[in-house]
Design a protein around this ligand. Structure first.
Ligand SMILES: [Zn+2]
Ligand SMILES: [Zn+2]
Length: 199
């Protein structure tokens, strides 16, 4: 007997069975050409996976938004970020005509410390900074007054702090845990200034 597609009572002739051991149809749902991937998962499982991914994305976006709101609250209440995560320098020509590097305090970066975390960042290598290389390691992270997350010492070719958004190495619940952890640290900082944590 030819199996028919078991996704959404489709009934079209099936091409394969779902290969996901956790498929809600025991033995794997039979699926047609439009309700699964060849040699892969059925439409039911693909839907569950997509919902999970969407849920993770929504929870991360919510956490990032809360971090930004808290950074804005602190700033608007007159609390500046206390820690310098980045010491800026600029080049200038001295009286001998030699190019020298000098401190540029106005461009320094400040943030609230939110703990040491595994992090991925990219650095510019070679001259004149024409190559990017990815580095990974445990770094002290900060939230700046724009609510962005920056690792200590990160810098771009322009000498400005590089805002990193590279959390791609984290997947699934791990990334939600990471963002929720940063939210908690920021909430502690907000409370320590006698402010109410925005919901
Ligand atoms: Zn399945
Ligand atoms: Zn079908």
């Amino acid at each position: 007997m030819v199996a028919t597609c078991q996704v959404d009572n489709c009934g079209v002739v099936a091409i394969a069975r779902c290969s996901n051991p956790g498929c809600q149809v025991p033995g794997g749902a039979a699926f047609c050409l439009s309700h699964g991937t060849i040699g892969g998962h059925c439409g039911l499982c693909l839907r569950v996976t997509k919902e999970r991914i969407d849920d993770i994305a929504a929870r991360c976006a919510n956490a990032r938004n809360r971090i930004r709101v808290m950074a804005e609250l602190l700033t608007s209440e007159g609390f500046s970020p206390p820690n310098r995560y980045f010491r800026a320098t600029a080049t200038k020509t001295n009286w001998r005509g030699k190019v020298i590097e000098v401190d540029d305090p106005a461009a320094d970066g400040y943030g609230w410390p939110v703990g040491i975390h595994e992090w991925v960042w990219s650095v510019e290598v070679g001259w004149p900074h024409n190559n990017r290389q990815e580095r990974r390691g445990r770094r002290q992270l900060f939230v700046n007054n724009n609510g962005e997350i920056i690792a200590h010492g990160n810098r771009s070719a322009s000498g400005r702090p590089a805002v990193s958004s590279q959390y791609a190495f984290m997947q699934g619940p791990e990334i939600v845990e990471f963002w929720d952890g940063i939210v908690e640290r920021m909430a502690d900082i907000v409370r320590s200034h006698g402010l109410t944590v925005p919901s």
